[in-house]
Design a binder for this molecule. Structure first.
Ligand code: NAD
Ligand code: TYD
Length: 353
């Protein structure tokens, strides 16, 4: 038995691979292009593990995908591979359309061919699980109810529009061809191996380097934070028991304004790693120009996943964020490696000097 995971060297994918192998001996074939966001350091320790086969490559490479499917005969494909950063999608949307739309389409085509030729029992058991985001639903007003699965898609950034397009493709492969698909739409994740272009790891690392903590606009934008390992357990649960063709919202019931998130980080750092001059890290908070088209609020109603499949997150924001800060403090080598070279170039482009 085997599963094929795409994007398994990125933030969520690598957590998923590690989590999977911690509780199963089923083979994982991990196809990842190793873009700037993919990092084999996330999978350190698995080099000699026969249960994990890493393949550097593109989900849009038809021949490669076909070869991996026929060689390993997976019972499921879990698609994490994507361009994932909103700010980068604003600077350069083309890559997002290429990977999130065109290459996801190509992947679906190859999976459809593979699935169509499986024996009947394997065909019935097969699953294609597409990992998506709450950002496809657009932005909520302060008093609007949280996103439910039946909410209209109203994507506002090139990133969310490209993810929305991929969700539609996945949906239609079920409706038209009968491909056994499942889609999860998750809120903002945080935790180990989070690339420091995103708010939480960026602010932890900037704080420790005594650099400004950039808050876009007024910092009152709200996100619904979920500890990454809870996302992994939700994906496993949906893979095991999700109803074919359905989508499941995944969230942590943790709505927080960005400014509060950063203040919380600063307070934990003040306690665990106080600044030499005795000042709080919060003094480094700096309000900067807002993101164009910045969505004001995301909130996930994860009630369906709880009612139908019995899933609930384990971590609260308070427990998860403390674990996360501790992880970054204890993994300075990982930080050094990801923040060299190309990362510096991105920081210069996005935040100036
Ligand atoms: P990430 O950017 O950290 O990792 C993406 C991974 O995909 C990288 O390892 C990259 O090398 C790989 N990749 C990119 N293009 C590829 C291609 N064409 N072929 C093969 N591999 C490719 O992203 P993440 O935060 O781990 O997100 C994973 C998935 O979860 C994405 O689909 C994202 O939309 C979704 N998601 C993310 C969040 C979040 O908060 N990070 C929340 C909800 C959903
Ligand atoms: P981010 O981590 O980029 O995730 P997303 O845009 O997918 O929600 O951003 C989280 C929130 O933090 C979002 O409202 C934008 C904001 N933000 C800042 O205020 N400053 C920053 O430097 C970054 C990267 C994000």
């Amino acid at each position: 038995m085997a599963i094929l995971v795409t994007g398994g060297a990125g933030f969520i994918g690598s957590n998923f691979v590690l989590d999977w192998l911690a509780q199963s001996d089923e083979l994982i074939v991990n196809l990842d292009k190793l873009t700037y966001a993919g990092n084999l350091d996330n999978l350190a320790g698995l080099e000699a593990d026969a249960r994990h086969i890493f393949v550097k490559g593109d989900i849009g490479d038809r021949k490669l995908v076909a070869k991996l499917l026929s060689e390993h005969n997976p019972r499921a494909v879990i698609n994490f591979a994507a361009e994932s950063h909103v700010d980068r999608s604003i600077h350069g949307p083309a890559e997002f359309i290429q990977t999130n739309v065109v290459s996801t389409f190509t992947l679906l085509e190859e999976v459809r061919t593979y699935w169509a030729n499986l024996a009947e029992s394997e065909k019935t058991a097969f699953r294609f699980l597409h990992v998506s985001t709450d950002e496809v639903y657009g932005s909520l007003e302060k008093d609007e109810p949280a996103f439910r699965e039946e909410n209209q898609y109203r994507p506002n950034s090139p990133y969310s529009a490209s993810k929305a397009a991929s969700d539609h493709l996945v949906r239609c492969y079920h409706h038209t061809y009968g491909l056994p698909v499942l889609t999860t739409n998750c809120s903002n994740n945080y935790g180990p191996f989070h690339f420091p272009e995103k708010l939480i790891p960026l602010c932890i690392l900037n704080a420790l380097s005594l650099k400004p903590l950039p808050i876009y606009g007024d910092g009152q934008q709200i996100r619904d934070w979920l500890y990454v390992r809870d996302h992994c357990s939700a994906i496993r649960r949906v893979l095991d028991a999700g109803k074919l063709g359905e989508t499941y919202n995944v969230g942590g019931w943790n709505e927080k304004a960005n400014l509060d998130v950063v203040r919380t980080l600063c307070a934990i750092l003040d306690e665990l790693y106080p600044r030499a001059d005795g000042q709080s890290y919060a003094t480094q908070i700096a309000f900067v120009k807002d993101r164009p088209g910045h969505d004001r609020r995301y909130a996930i109603d994860a009630g369906k996943l709880e009612r139908e499949l019995g899933w609930k997150p384990v971590e609260t924001f308070e427990t998860g964020i403390r674990k996360t800060v501790q992880w970054y403090l204890e993994h300075q080598d990982w930080v050094q490696n990801v923040t060299s070279g190309a990362y510096q170039h991105w920081v210069g482009k996005q935040y100036g000097s």
